[in-house]
Design a binder for this molecule. Structure first.
Ligand code: OSB
Ligand code: MG
Length: 373
């Protein structure tokens, strides 16, 4: 049992090592909100990976900050917490609808705090079983085929055993074919970030020859029905990302056979509690899952690694080494790739196992809020 005496919010931006282009645009900087929760001399940290625009989901860094600062955090001050679910009884969590990334950041900080209070790794609280997690790399849309092949080559040489390529209308068959020809045996997949319509089904039929591991979120961000129709028409597994915000969405997708795989992003589904339930539902239904990424800093990446150590995370996750994202991360230790098996090892230590570096945070922080009694 711990008593929460203070919650802080921190906003900063980090520049990416490689610009990241998806079907919703080009990104060179990553905005980031970290949440820290203080109780009985312990601190827990969580990350909110909302974008500055509501392009991936309906939250932004500004809305997430607002919901955290004005609604979720204040009712938690002075609360006694012995298990994570205690926070769902606070006025903020009872009242706030949606805003999953804001909720997740605070909830995940509580998981970290409670694991540290018990001197156990987060993995143990979650029921994770692996000490290393199979990973791949997610490659943005490139200006030319040559640039794409070069980028893929460099990641394959670095030891990544699974390549995910972002696609959009006009950047699909040709780049996918080029990479498949150059790397006939690599685990290859495509992520469309909702850029196509069911009328494009023929295109996905053409992809069948490419032996793709899966096609991620080909259709609309809020659709499940058309994905079911598409999955009935192609043998390549469809994987849902944007369409799955909740346990309910997962049940609908399973009931309609809308996909054969689910990408679990802990922030998108509102925190580790929902992520665990979705993992279990998929396991019961025979759907493998993997852990999606949002270009997180070390804090979010560490949480993702602990989550991805659960048994039904049987496909490679979007968790790359720290140097693939940032010149200098905000937390230590950073993550490197085990090149012999394309895995990343879980950090050692209690909680999620990484420590935010106060000097680095002070240098980059642009906004700070302290919520206390
Ligand atoms: O669709 O998986 C996605 C990043 C931001 C928003 C959406 C997505 C992504 C990624 C990045 O693909 C994966 C990573 O963090 O390595
Ligand atoms: Mg995706």
């Amino acid at each position: 049992m711990v008593k929460i005496d203070r919650i802080e919010l921190h906003y900063f931006e980090l520049s990416l090592v490689h610009p990241f282009r998806t079907s919703f645009g080009m990104r060179t900087e990553r905005p980031c909100i970290l949440v820290s929760v203080y109780a009985d001399g312990l601190t827990g940290w969580g990350e909110c990976p909302a974008h500055e625009k509501p392009d991936y989901n309906d939250e932004t860094t500004v809305t997430a900050w607002h919901v955290l600062e004005d609604f979720l955090a204040p009712p938690m001050i002075g609360c006694q917490v012995s298990q994570v679910s205690d926070i769902f009884d606070t006025a903020g969590y009872k009242m706030v609808r949606g805003n999953n990334m804001a909720r997740a950041a605070l909830e995940n900080a509580i998981w970290d705090l409670l694991a540290r209070a018990q001197n156990i790794p987060l993995q143990q609280m979650l029921g994770g079983v692996k000490d290393r997690v199979e990973v791949g790399v997610s490659i943005g849309i490139q200006p030319t085929l040559e640039a794409l092949l070069k980028r893929v080559e460099s990641f394959v040489e670095a030891g990544y055993g699974r390549i995910k390529m972002k696609i959009e209308p006009g950047w699909e068959m040709e780049p996918l074919r080029a990479v498949r020809e150059r790397h006939p045996h690599i685990k290859l997949m495509a992520d469309a970030n909702s850029a196509f319509r069911i009328a494009d089904a023929g295109l996905f039929n053409q992809m069948e020859d490419l032996n793709l591991l899966m096609i991620e979120q080909p259709l609309a961000h809020d659709d499940i029905i058309d994905h079911a129709e598409l999955q009935a028409r192609v043998t390549t597994p469809i994987c849902l990302d944007e369409s799955i915000h909740s346990v309910h969405d997962t049940r609908v997708a399973i009931a309609l056979n809308a996909c054969r795989i689910i990408n679990i992003k802990v922030a998108r589904v509102g925190g580790l509690t929902n992520a665990l339930t979705i993992h279990n539902l998929c396991a019961e239904a025979g759907l493998p899952v993997w852990c999606g990424g949002m270009l997180e800093t070390g804090v979010g990446r560490a949480v993702n690694l602990h989550l991805a150590s659960l048994p039904n995370f049987t496909l490679p996750s979007d968790l790359s080494a720290s140097d693939r994202y940032y010149h200098q991360d905000i937390a230590e230790p950073t993550f490197s790739l085990n090149t012999e098996d394309s895995t990343i090892s879980l950090p050692q230590g209690y909680g999620h196992g990484v420590e935010v570096q106060p000097d680095r945070l002070a240098k980059v922080r642009q906004k700070h809020a302290v919520i206390r009694a």
